[in-house]
Ligand binder design. Structure first.
Ligand SMILES: [Zn+2]
Length: 122
């Protein structure tokens, strides 16, 4: 038979789990810009709050097309054979990336305060 105290304990655990989950969600910061890296070098950056479609074109003919829409990045087309980057879900949290290994193109979401410091430093 389950005692009343057991119910209280289970209730407390459930509440703790929910609180931890909520904290995790809240502490995930929204990114503020996208940095495009090509062959490991910073190639371009875009603010996340402006919708745009952009294509990275490399000298060897490789390309990656991505869009920024509603604050999210999404790779919509690429010349790579595996299309892993195109199949990635759209991203909008800080430090999330979409990587195209064959083309060596990385889209990285960079966040608020760090981004601001960057701009001042340049
Ligand atoms: Zn790819």
């Amino acid at each position: 038979m389950i005692k009343k105290n057991d119910f209280l304990l289970i209730g407390a655990i459930v509440i703790l789990c929910l609180a931890a989950f909520a904290f995790m969600l809240l502490s995930r910061k929204e990114g503020s810009k996208v940095i495009v890296y090509v062959d490991g070098n910073e190639y371009a950056s875009f603010p996340l709050n402006e919708d745009v479609e952009y294509t990275v074109r490399k000298e060897d003919g490789a390309y990656n097309t991505f869009i920024i829409k509603d604050g999210k990045i999404d790779m919509i087309a690429a010349s790579c054979p595996d299309k892993i980057c195109v199949n990635e879900r759209s991203k909008h949290y800080r430090n999330e990336t979409i990587t195209c290994l064959p083309n060596n193109v990385v889209l990285e979401i960079s966040g608020g305060e760090e981004g601001d410091v960057d701009i001042i430093a340049k």
